[in-house]
Design a protein around this ligand. Structure first.
Ligand code: AMP
Length: 396
C-alpha cells in the first residue's frame, strides 16, 4: 500500500488529494487557499469530517507544512514515510513532455523555460514542486502535464499559419490543455461503453476554463485550446478564439496597452464580459430562465461556439460515436447540456432523454435514448486520480 498525494498548485492556492494506491481509495482532500494574502484558509475533508481553519499562509511551503501537520494530527498518517510519492499538475510541458516524468533538476529547468508560455500556471506549479521538495526531500515528485495527452496531434492541427520561424525559434504553436481530464474521460468511455470498438469521441471539458478534444484510436487528433488556455471556445472570463485584429483595434480605440487588452481577453471576457453579469454559469442559468435577454444571447454564443467545434471535430474524426459532457458545467448543468444538444441534434441525429438529462448531476450516465445515433454521456472528471495513477506507476 502506498499513499500518494495529487497536487494542483495555483498562484494563491494549493489543492491536494491523498489517495491510497493501488486501491485508488481517496483518503482525504482539501486546500490551502488565499496563499500570500492577509487572511488564509486551510481546509481538510476526511470522509464526513470537515476541518476549516483561518490562518495566514504566506507561501506554498507553509501550505504544505500545514497539510503535513494536520495529516499527522488527524492520524491520517503516522509518519511522513507513509507518503511514497507526490504528483504535481503542471500546465505547460511544451513539445518536450508527451508523458508524465519524475521531477529532476533538468525537468525543473524545462518547466521554468515554459513559464512565458503559461505565465499564470507554470510559476505557481513550480512553487508547489519546490515546497514538497524542501519539506519532503526523500519523497519522489512526478510532473503530470496538461499538454501531454495532446502531443499526438499532427502538424497541420497544431501549427498556426504565421511565419514559420516563429514556430522554429519560439515554439509558438497549439499545445492544448486539460489533457489529463480528456484522457480520463476517454478511458471512462472505453470502460463504460466497451461494446463499441475504437469509439470516435468528442470530450467537452466545460468548467470555468473549457476545452474540447477529438479522440480516435485512443489518441487526440484535435483540441480547442491553443498556445495558451485562452484559445478555443468561450469560457467564464476568456474569449476563446477571436480574430487577432480585435486585439489591435481594441487597443487603438480604447487607448489601452496591448497588455491591458490581453488581460481583458483573459479575465474580463467570455461569460463575464458578454453577460455583464457574472462568470459563473449558475448565475447565467438563473438569469436566462428569468428572461434576461443579454444573458440569453451570451448563452447562445457559448453554445454556438461549442457546436461549431463539434461540427469541425466530427469531420476530423470521420464521424462521431460519443459526446462526453464533463467539468463544473458539463457534469452538473442539465440546462447547458440541453442547449448544446438542441444545437447539434439535427446534424448528428442525436436524441436527448430530456427527463434523464435534467436529473443527472455529478455522476456517470448516458443522457441520450437508445435510438440516438450519437451517444451523449455525462462523466465527472477526475484529474487527481489520473495524477496519482501516473505517479504510482512511475515511482515503482
Ligand atoms: P470547474 O472549473 O470545473 O470547477 O467549473 C466551474 C464552472 O462550473 C462554473 O461556471 C460554475 O458555475 C459551474 N458549476 C459548478 N458547480 C455547478 C453546479 N452544481 N451546477 C451548475 N454549474 C456548476
Amino acid at each position: 500500500m502506498s499513499k500518494i498525494i495529487a497536487v494542483n498548485a495555483g498562484s494563491s492556492s494549493l489543492k491536494f488529494k491523498l489517495y491510497d494506491m493501488p486501491s485508488e481509495t481517496l483518503i482525504c482532500s482539501g486546500m490551502a487557499d488565499r496563499i500570500g494574502q492577509v487572511k488564509g484558509t486551510f481546509t481538510l475533508s476526511i470522509g464526513q469530517e470537515k476541518l476549516s481553519i483561518d490562518i495566514p499562509i504566506p507561501n506554498h511551503q507553509s501550505g504544505v507544512s500545514l497539510l503535513l501537520k494536520y495529516l499527522i494530527e488527524k492520524k491520517v498518517i503516522l509518519s511522513f514515510q507513509e507518503i511514497k510519492g507526490v504528483g504535481h499538475r503542471v500546465v505547460q510541458g511544451g513539445k518536450y513532455f508527451f508523458k508524465s516524468v519524475i521531477i529532476t533538476d533538468k525537468v525543473i529547468e524545462k518547466i521554468k523555460e515554459f513559464i512565458p508560455l503559461a505565465p499564470l500556471h507554470n510559476g505557481p506549479n513550480l512553487s508547489g514542486i519546490e515546497a514538497f521538495k524542501t519539506i519532503l526531500p526523500n519523497v519522489k515528485n512526478v510532473a503530470v502535464f496538461d499538454t501531454a495527452f495532446h502531443q499526438t496531434m499532427e502538424p497541420q492541427d497544431y501549427l498556426f499559419p504565421i511565419p514559420y520561424e516563429l514556430y522554429e525559434k519560439y515554439d509558438l504553436r497549439r499545445y492544448g490543455f486539460h489533457g489529463t481530464s480528456h484522457k480520463y474521460l476517454m478511458e471512462q468511455v472505453h470502460k463504460h461503453l466497451n461494446t463499441i470498438k475504437n469509439p470516435r469521441i468528442i470530450t467537452l471539458h466545460l468548467g470555468s476554463g473549457a476545452s474540447l478534444a477529438a479522440i480516435k484510436n485512443g489518441k487526440v487528433v484535435a483540441t480547442s485550446m491553443g498556445l495558451t488556455p485562452l484559445g478555443g471556445i468561450m469560457m467564464g472570463t476568456r474569449t476563446g478564439d477571436i480574430d487577432p485584429s480585435v486585439l489591435h483595434f481594441a487597443a487603438l480605440k480604447t487607448g489601452q496597452s496591448h497588455e491591458a487588452i490581453y488581460e481583458m481577453f483573459n479575465k474580463k471576457s467570455g461569460f463575464l464580459g458578454m453577460s455583464q453579469l457574472s462568470s459563473d454559469s449558475r448565475d447565467l442559468e438563473a438569469a436566462h430562465l428569468q428572461g434576461n435577454k443579454q444573458v440569453q444571447l451570451t448563452n447562445q454564443l457559448f453554445v454556438r461556439r461549442i457546436a461549431d467545434f463539434i461540427g469541425q471535430y466530427t469531420i476530423r474524426l470521420g464521424g462521431v460515436d460519443v459526446i462526453v459532457f464533463s467539468a463544473g458545467i458539463g457534469e452538473n448543468s442539465g440546462f447547458y447540456r440541453h442547449l448544446i444538444i438542441e444545437e447539434i441534434k439535427d446534424a448528428l441525429s442525436m436524441i436527448e432523454d430530456e427527463k434523464l438529462n435534467k436529473s443527472i448531476r455529478g455522476k456517470v450516465a448516458v443522457i441520450t435514448t437508445p435510438q440516438s445515433r450519437v451517444i451523449g454521456m455525462v462523466i465527472p472528471t477526475n484529474e487527481e486520480l489520473m495524477i496519482v495513477k501516473d505517479t504510482y506507476e512511475i515511482i515503482q
